[in-house]
Ligand binder design. Structure first.
Ligand SMILES: Nc1ncnc2c1ncn2[C@@H]1O[C@H](COP(=O)(O)OS(=O)(=O)O)[C@@H](OP(=O)(O)O)[C@H]1O
Length: 301
């Protein structure tokens, strides 16, 4: 037993997962697949009662697009920007909360840091009503798929993947937890003019993390010094976050912080699968602003 109740809860869920069949590990809520143990129906229903605040910081990501990376970055920005360096261990995913945690979140002081993998239309409406600032991180679909494949293979609360080929097909059909990558991307593309939404890409952040930290802190209204930005960027590299992942995430840390690279898809995709993804990208995202921002040709071809 760890002295961190969150790690213990995760361990308990892993134990429960061992007693479940593979089919039981996912269920559908409003037509979309979710992991049964992490976001049961009770959690999803409880979200109807979550009241957003104007000064909440909201992080949104389709699974495996760099959510945990940005959790690290935003926590550090908040610590520097507010001067409150208390280490908060609660993972900010609102769909993992459940009624009890939600109650505590309702009572916690501003600014609150929240996050989600939910499709934009399934985020509680009060976030839009309150004009809460939402930062969205996207990653190229080929590396996202590879990262998702490894995550499913190594996370006992998710169904074990039968094979690379079968996971590839499931992802392309949107038959994975939180639904279709392309549906998420298209929905966010339509919100790119919203001044309360900022979309960043994993690849741009890999290229220049310092510029990214600047951009993110400005978006959330924190005016950091050059030295603070520099220090946050240094502590948020893949190697430094992986090194600290036991502390920050417990046993699952090694699974989340796997490789942290752009282009690992080249080690997994067959030429045929690569073509299939290119076609899907062209069909859904070519000609969109988000599609252009992703620079698919540079990172996926
Ligand atoms: N600091 C840093 N720099 C670069 N890349 C990083 C960093 N932190 C996490 N990662 C990589 O992000 C991938 C995990 O994505 P998520 O955190 O969104 O996963 S989750 O859906 O919330 O479980 C996963 O990608 P893969 O390594 O390709 O699997 C992580 O390694």
């Amino acid at each position: 037993m760890s002295d961190n109740p969150l790690f213990n809860r995760m361990q308990a869920r892993i134990q429960m997962a061992k007693e479940m069949s593979e089919e039981q590990k996912l269920y559908r809520y409003n037509g979309v697949l979710y992991p049964t143990l992490m976001c049961p129906e009770e959690n999803m229903r409880a979200l109807d009662n979550l009241k957003a605040r104007e000064d909440d910081l909201m992080l949104v990501a389709y699974p495996k697009c760099g959510f945990n990376w940005m959790v690290g970055v935003i926590k550090k920005i908040m610590a520097e920007g507010t001067g409150d360096k208390t280490e908060r261990k609660t993972p900010p995913l609102i769909e993992f909360f459940g009624p009890e945690v939600l109650k505590a979140v309702e009572e916690s002081p501003s600014p609150r840091f929240l996050g989600t993998h939910l499709f934009p239309d399934n985020i509680p409406p009060s976030f839009y009503e309150k004009k809460t600032k939402m930062m969205v991180i996207f990653r190229n679909p080929k590396d996202t798929l590879v990262s998702y494949y490894h995550f499913c293979n190594n996370n006992p609360v998710l169904p074990t993947v039968e094979s690379w080929d079968s996971f590839f097909s499931q992802f392309m059909k949107g038959e994975v937890s939180w639904g279709s990558y392309f549906d998420h991307a298209l929905a966010w593309d339509k919100k790119m003019d919203d001044p309360n939404v900022m979309i960043v890409t994993y690849e741009d952040l890999k290229q220049d993390l310092k510029a990214g930290v600047h951009q993110i802190s400005n978006f959330f209204g924190f005016n950091l010094t050059e030295a603070q930005v520099q220090q946050i960027a240094e502590k948020s590299t893949f190697s430094s976050m992986k090194e600290n992942s036991g502390q920050s995430h417990g046993n699952i840390g090694n699974v989340i912080f796997r490789k942290g690279e752009v282009g690992d898809w080249k080690n997994h995709f067959t030429p045929e699968q690569s073509r299939e993804m290119d076609e899907a990208f062209n069909k859904h995202l070519a000609g969109t602003r988000l599609g252009a921002k992703m620079d698919y040709q540079k990172y996926c071809q």
